[in-house]
Unconditional design. Structure first.
Length: 158
């Protein structure tokens, strides 16, 4: 067992974990945040995407001990303290960019990163940047629309 302390969404979580504990399991089982989904457990689907020190990672591919002392943002960080939806969440809602919703948290975290890191992406570039996140339901058209809309609104807000 190893003592791990991770700042998740601005709150510090310290727990003794087995060295083999994945970050996704730390988030779900120790921090009790259920928005980060476990999809394929192989790093292919992207449902578990979170931001580790502001960079997107698949939390099923990172050990909790590797994130010790680091900062993690999950989909729960997007909602405002007043309960208002974030730009990303509004865009996904407005463009019907989800059906079953299982992949949505990963796409929202990627969108959160993309609109801040890349102020102007074409549709093709958005598709390329999202290539590590899979959706079996939507066909991606609405997701790309939502990312473009969020990008536009974020740029207007700056």
């Amino acid at each position: 067992m190893t003592k791990v302390s991770i700042n998740i969404n601005g709150e510090k979580y310290s727990e003794d974990v087995e060295d083999r504990t994945l970050l996704v399991h730390f988030i779900r089982d120790h921090a009790r945040l259920r928005g980060t989904h476990i999809g394929c457990d192989t790093g292919h689907c992207g449902a578990c995407t979170v931001l580790l020190n502001d960079r997107p990672v698949k939390s099923c591919q990172i050990l909790a001990v590797q994130a010790d002392g680091e900062s993690v943002e999950t989909v729960e960080s997007l909602e405002g303290s007043d309960g208002k939806l974030s730009i990303e969440q509004e865009a996904f809602r407005d463009h019907f960019a989800m059906q079953c919703g299982y992949c949505t948290s990963g796409f929202l975290m990627m969108t959160h990163h993309l609109i801040r890191e890349y102020p102007e992406l074409s549709r093709e570039e958005i598709r390329e940047k999202l290539h590590g996140n899979y959706c079996m339901c939507t066909g991606y058209q609405q997701i790309v629309d939502a990312v473009q809309d969020a990008q536009k609104k974020f740029n207007e807000k700056k």
